[in-house]
Design a protein around this ligand. Structure first.
Ligand code: PLP
Length: 365
């Protein structure tokens, strides 16, 4: 296989997203040791910028885990759940069910609140099951169906119950409003390759002071040594060795996060909404329609479109791939039924979507 530079690929998937030019540049910086004072200074800036991105309070511990978004998910259950805890998982798509699977593996007694695919979790359904629960887990933006769950409403209910609230912010943080402190979220995570347009391999996480107190009060050791909050705090707060962090990925994430904050989070939200509206307007006459019926439940960063009747999903996506355009179909129950067009980070721009429209015009004649 040739490793020669290739012409630009048009990556319209719901992650990974094209790497931001400032992050790409940062990857070229020479390597420094993970215990180098300059790396610790960079880490401190990352921590402050993450607090800003998540809308987190001063007492919130922020850090990067050396893994993808799934490690962020797993770390939440590993650190904040003990065997026998009751965990209420809101599951209306593949990633909600992944949360339930992980919580169970860490010994939780899992209760599920579900909603049909393409519909949001109802806050009343959460309220009805809160009794005796130690943690509620929710995916803010369910990538598999393009649904935005009503996080502020659910958070308000959870706050009054004493349970911790763990939120998957993989498709939202850095692009959509996220108010960790105001809403009362206790643990949030994302993946570097989503809304921030940094390379995959890091999970930015935020742990509230309430969650840290729960962690400190554990009766049992955290079963996942690698992402134990104690070990992470040793490195990020006390600057002692825990494991070798991927310094080059820290450089890139720092640059991408700074670029996002420089642009402004409201501006990024506006950009995703604007490009999304334009795509829908262009594709509706071709027979595509929103998969999520209620407009208020549509996730602005992943546009899920029902395919026109008789549409050759696999064939058209293959023909697009030959033209260097990557489009993602459905996942699990939505496979063959929908396309999921990414509007995160650098994907939420008119130019790459113009390329898709031109190619479709040609293919669909
Ligand atoms: N949660 C959500 C909502 C996601 O969309 C994804 C990935 O697409 C994940 C978790 C898992 O992230 P990763 O694939 O980076 O491990």
């Amino acid at each position: 296989m040739s490793l020669a530079p290739r012409r630009d690929h048009v990556l319209l998937t719901p992650g990974p997203t094209p790497i931001h030019p400032r992050a790409q540049q940062a990857l070229l910086r020479p390597m420094l040791g993970h215990m180098d004072p300059e790396v610790f200074a960079l880490n401190r800036e990352i921590q402050a910028d993450l607090r800003q991105m998540y809308g987190a309070g001063e007492g919130t511990f922020t850090a990067l885990l050396a893994g993808t978004g799934s490690l962020g998910m797993e770390a939440g259950f590993a650190n904040l759940v003990e065997p026998g805890d009751e965990v209420l998982v809101c599951a209306n798509g593949s990633f909600g069910h992944r949360m339930a699977e992980m919580a169970g593996r860490y010994g939780a007694r899992v209760r599920l609140v579900t909603a049909p695919h393409g519909e949001a979790i109802r806050p009343e359904a959460v309220a009805a099951q809160l009794g005796g629960v130690q943690m509620v887990a929710l995916v803010h933006g369910e990538t598999s169906t393009g649904v935005l769950n009503p996080l502020p409403e659910i958070a308000e209910l959870v706050r009054g119950s004493g349970a911790l609230l763990t939120v998957d912010a993989v498709t939202t943080a850095g692009m959509e409003p996220f108010e960790m402190e105001r809403w009362g979220v206790d643990y949030a995570y994302t993946g570097a390759q989503k809304c921030l347009s940094a390379p995959p391999g890091l999970a930015p996480v935020a742990v509230s002071d309430r969650a840290l107190a729960r962690f400190e009060a554990r009766r049992t050791a955290v079963p996942l040594w690698y992402a134990d909050f104690g070990g992470l705090r040793d490195y990020w707060e006390r600057q002692t060795y825990h494991h070798t962090v991927p310094v080059n990925l820290h450089y890139a994430l720092h640059a991408a996060l700074r670029a996002a904050l420089d642009e402004g989070l409201p501006q990024r939200q506006h950009r995703a909404a604007q490009v999304g509206r334009a795509i829908l307007q262009t594709l509706a006459p071709l027979g595509f329609s929103p998969y999520v019926e209620r407009a208020a439940e549509r996730l602005p960063t992943v546009l899920a479109l029902r395919l026109p009747p008789g549409f050759d999903d696999a064939g058209i996506r293959q023909a697009l791939r030959v033209r260097e355009i990557s489009v993602t179909g459905g996942l699990g129950p939505t496979a063959g039924l929908i396309w999921r067009l990414g509007l995160m980070g650098e994907t939420a721009r008119p130019e790459p979507y113009r390329a898709l429209m031109l190619a479709l015009e040609e293919l669909l004649g």
